[in-house]
Write a protein that binds this ligand. Structure first.
Ligand code: FEO
Ligand code: CA
Ligand code: CA
Length: 646
């Protein structure tokens, strides 16, 4: 019997908090009128002017001289004529030294998948092989990438068996999640995997991990596997990523909640994060023959206490995980101080000697929030390490309608937080409990509900922070605010802010939409060379060009207006925006990084052919012919070896 898996939607809306009062909504609508009349644009002009004065005339971005490409409809990756693009490291590529070859009929086993590149490539970073020295090597390095989820229609020979699920299918699906570390080298102009390198590593949904930070050891993290609440197994739904100033990789757990099921009464954590009520997304809990590793996805309380069952297993997910790619034997760390939610990614402000470290992370679900972490200890290049992420203050953003904004502390020792908790009649036992319930803590502080925060990027020269808000078709006219100014926002937008002494100022960089869409704050008007919808991936190269990747789904993807998902590049100084790449059918474009010399770019094509079946795939990319589609990295180079974007 065929079964369906609800895999390509964000977890359901779970924020029904009333943290914006009716009077505010009235004020918003008045503010919105002012916004449309241009006073917000005046504020934005001041925003930009002060950014520029802080940096002078130091911009030397590539010229973006390439000819922008048109909207794409074909089952192919298209780049400007001056460039070439080649698939690299697709799902199933043998990664470890003795790994089995990929079998095109989908018959690789779970054990084989554990040694092969995972599925659904997403966030990605290139660590030059000399990352701990000069960090300039552009011909050899470790390419580390996330594998966000799996499509059972394509991962098994003939699609998934109905529940109870065969244990090896479950093993394979769990193994296809997580992270790949791939040691790669440019050999005579062609990037190759060094398959015998000891750096190559798979981290999966089963790899043992350590919990660190204020929630580590919390009673709500106790399980049969780890009564002390300090260990858990696996990382799941690894969407975007980050990388630390000390050369480690961060992978972020996004739509993990529905991998778990509790058929009994839900805890407040399970309610607010959306744990499933009837079955897990992939029915992993039904794996037969059963094993502890699979049964743990059923978080229904069966035992006498938390040490006898997996009632707390889901609490071990929703974190940011640190991986040291240069130490293949290191145990990944889940950093609880960075908060627990549907983490899209994490991006750091430039580390400054003697000052706290600052990082930003979005919670990608409808009406969720944007967060900022500030380390307790100051950054010191000589001693910097993961301890900086283990203690600090987590803040959530409130975007005021006048173009200002505030960071609200989620700190049980903070008087304002204590007052808000008392007013809301919400109790937290300790800071670990606050972090386990990050969303609830943000609710009571009155954070601004955003249109699905995805990737963030920090301008390397000005420090401006940009964030994509990919879409939110559920926002009503009554729910608009200046930072989320459109009802039924199907096309998304990009917001940005500049930190000030005790607050921030913000404006909207670009609204997505059809040709003619106009953004008042920046006067960017989209045309046929750059119109787009659902910006998701976002990355600044070291010269200050902003790379923007789209993740449209449903009817607009492939439709006549927007075509297939795409990548654009913008120069925030000149407001020039050009379409640089279009992807194959039914994919998303995500993950972007270059080598330090910016002459090789790596991007990811995720889930080509999504929504179709193995008997009739809508895409055969990248293998072509009648092959089943595979997620894959793509290597992009200029035909004459020039800098990407020139
Ligand atoms: Fe996995 Fe929010 O995209
Ligand atoms: Ca994403
Ligand atoms: Ca997305």
């Amino acid at each position: 019997m065929p079964i369906t898996f609800d895999i390509n939607n964000p977890d359901p809306q779970t924020n029904f908090s009333n943290n914006r009062e009716f009077a505010d909504v009235v004020n918003v609508n008045m503010s919105r009128r002012r916004f449309l009349q241009g006073s917000a644009a005046i504020a934005a002009t001041a925003f930009i002017a002060s950014c520029s004065s802080a940096t002078g005339t130091l911009r030397q971005q590539p010229a973006m001289a390439f000819t922008p490409i048109t909207v794409g409809f074909g089952d192919e990756v298209v780049v400007p004529a001056e460039y070439q693009a080649q698939a690299f490291l697709p799902w199933g590529t043998p990664l470890l030294a003795n790994a089995a070859e990929y079998r095109a009929d989908g018959s690789n086993t779970g054990a084989e998948q554990e040694q092969q590149v995972g599925a659904h490539h997403d966030g990605m970073h290139f660590f030059p092989i000399d990352a701990h020295a000069a960090g300039t090597n552009s011909t050899e390095g470790l390419l580390v990438m996330n594998h966000e989820y799996v499509d059972p229609a394509f991962i098994h020979a003939n699609g998934p068996d109905a529940p109870p699920r065969p244990a090896d299918q479950v093993r394979k699906e769990i193994a296809a999640h997580g992270v790949s570390v791939a040691h790669i080298k440019d050999v005579n102009g062609e990037w190759q995997l060094l398959q015998t390198s000891s750096f190559n590593r798979r981290i999966t949904g089963a790899t043992e991990m350590e919990l660190v930070g204020p929630a580590a050891g919390h009673p709500k993290l106790s399980t049969l596997f780890s009564p002390s609440g300090t260990r858990t197994r696996g990382t799941l739904n690894n969407c975007a990523h980050g990388h630390t100033p000390w050369g480690t990789y961060l992978t972020c757990e996004e739509n993990w909640a529905r991998c778990f099921v509790n058929q009994a009464e839900h805890t407040r954590e399970q309610q607010r994060y959306g744990v499933a009520k009837e079955n897990g997304r992939y029915y992993w809990e039904t794996a037969t023959p059963s094993a502890d590793e699979y049964a743990r996805f059923d978080v229904t309380p069966y035992g006498n206490n938390a040490n006898e069952d997996y009632r707390n297993e889901a609490n071990g997910f929703g974190w940011i995980v640190e991986i040291d790619p240069f130490n293949p034997n290191s145990m990944p760390k889940k950093h609880t101080a960075l908060g627990r939610f549907a983490h899209e990614g994490i991006v750091f402000a430039a580390a400054e000697e003697g000052k706290p470290l600052v990082a930003y992370s979005g919670d990608d679900s409808r009406f969720e929030y944007i967060y900022k972490f500030v380390s307790a200890e100051v950054y010191n290049h000589a001693t910097a390490g993961s301890h900086l992420l283990e203690e600090g203050t987590l803040y959530v953003a409130r975007f005021n309608d006048d173009g200002s904004g505030e960071w609200l502390p989620l700190d049980i020792h903070n008087a304002a937080f204590q007052a808000a908790a008392a007013a809301a009649n919400v109790q937290f036992s300790d800071q670990g409990d606050v972090l386990l319930n990050t969303r609830l803590a943000a609710d009571i502080m009155g954070a601004t509900k955003m249109d699905r925060p995805e990737w963030g990027a920090v301008h390397p020269l000005t420090g401006e922070v940009y964030f994509t808000l990919t879409n939110n078709t559920r926002r009503t006219e009554a729910q608009i605010d200046a930072a989320n100014p459109r009802a039924e926002n199907y096309a998304g937008h990009i917001i940005r802010w500049q930190e000030r002494a005790d607050h921030f100022t913000w404006d909207i960089f670009m609204l997505g939409g059809a040709p003619g869409t106009y953004t008042p704050d920046t006067a960017i008007e989209l045309d046929a060379t750059n119109h787009h919808a659902c910006a998701d991936g976002l990355w600044f190269d070291s010269a200050g060009l902003l790379w923007i990747q789209t993740d449209m789904s449903g009817a607009i993807q492939g439709g006549s207006t927007y075509g297939n998902n795409a990548m654009l590049v913008a120069n925030p100084d000149t407001r020039e925006v050009k379409r640089f790449l279009t992807g194959p059918v039914d994919c998303e474009i995500t993950g972007v990084v270059t080598t330090p010399d910016r002459k090789t770019m790596f991007i990811n094509v995720q889930h080509p052919g999504e929504g179709s079946t193995v008997s009739n795939p809508s895409s055969h990319w990248p293998d072509g012919g009648s092959a089943r589609p595979r997620s894959s990295t793509v290597v992009i180079r200029h035909n004459e070896g020039k800098v990407i974007g020139s």
